[in-house]
Design a protein around this ligand. Structure first.
Ligand SMILES: Cc1cc2nc3c(=O)[nH]c(=O)nc-3n(C[C@H](O)[C@H](O)[C@H](O)COP(=O)(O)O)c2cc1C
Length: 291
């Protein structure tokens, strides 16, 4: 058993937000998915106040060692999430972490208040990789922005708040320290790195409908390792490490540099059974090292 923000987890591997669709996975694995859920906690895809259709297609580009997505956070909005999804996710038998994103502190506050009312929700993850409507900068890209956000949302709930940091910033450790000073119970990183691809033969025309997107997968693992190491050295709150994890050995490296938990993201698109495989490989790695 692993303790994380007062929550008991069976092991150290969870899913990265937006990278494991339980409803789709149930079609592959059937009820066995619910009976033996691969992750120690389930993190929802980002939920916003209003429904979002997401970005225009194309939304994906396969790059060297990874992919660039400009999915654009499509989701049915918080009302539908609370009415239909929370109950479904609570059936998984693992703690539910709800990931929310607002484009202002006021929107985050409304989301946190609504989600915190539900006892099925064990913790709330704040996705701060969204441009501030007033400044155009990512809310989480600057320590002051994060402190201001936490000052508004921290008093609204006693549930653990996890700040999902953006890697698209000059000093991620300073951002983590600001989140911690504002009362965050944990930080998670890394989110995708801003990236671009061009349409083949297209005279500089971007391929993705959203022009730019986020790079993920093995291509970003070394960056994730550096950022997780620098954040874990700076803050005392637990760190959830992610970025390019595709094996137990990758997960072990993030734990070695100070992460408490590891999240599996893009690898689940390549191998829908990646969650349980990475957890099993990690357990074997620990057993070997203890021997
Ligand atoms: C297709 C896709 C959708 C994603 N959706 C979300 C999301 O809804 N909310 C979020 O916070 N992060 C989202 N992410 C970012 C992942 O949670 C993770 O931080 C990132 O992909 C790095 O991990 P990885 O290299 O293992 O994929 C998404 C990533 C991908 C590839």
């Amino acid at each position: 058993m692993i303790e994380f923000c007062g929550i008991e987890l069976e092991h150290q591997v969870i899913n990265a937000s937006g990278c494991f669709d339980v409803l789709a996975a149930r079609q592959v694995f059937g009820e066995a998915l619910v009976e033996r859920f691969p992750f120690a906690a389930y993190v929802s895809k980002t939920v916003t106040l209003a429904a979002r259709a997401g970005n225009p297609p194309p939304r994906l580009w396969e790059s060297a060692g990874g992919m660039i997505n400009s999915i654009g956070l499509p989701n049915p909005g918080v009302e539908v999430y609370l009415a239909h999804h929370v109950g479904e996710y609570a059936r998984l038998g693992v703690p539910l972490i709800t990931n929310v994103m607002g484009s202002s502190a006021g929107e985050f506050a409304e989301l946190v208040e609504r989600v915190a009312e539900r006892e099925e929700v064990a913790a709330i993850e704040l996705n701060v990789s969204c441009p501030n409507v007033a400044t155009g900068l990512d809310i989480g890209a600057d320590p002051r922005g994060l402190r201001d956000l936490l000052a508004v949302v921290r008093p609204l709930t006693r549930k653990p708040l996890i700040v999902k940091l953006t890697p698209n910033t000059a000093d991620v450790a300073a951002c983590a320290a600001a989140a911690e000073a504002g009362g965050a119970d944990a930080v998670s990183l890394i989110n995708t790195l801003r990236a671009m691809s061009l349409a083949p033969g297209g005279h500089g025309r971007p391929w993705l409908g959203g022009r730019t997107g986020g790079l993920s997968g093995p291509a970003i693992r070394a960056i994730a390792l550096a950022q997780v190491a620098s954040v874990a050295a700076r803050v005392a709150v637990p760190v959830v490490g992610m970025g390019g994890v595709s094996s137990g050995a990758d997960a072990a490296e993030l734990l070695e540099v100070g992460a408490r938990l590891v999240a599996v993201g893009s690898e689940s698109f390549r191998d829908p059974a990646a969650g349980s495989r990475v957890a099993a490989e990690l357990a074997a790695h620990f057993a070997e090292n203890a021997a």
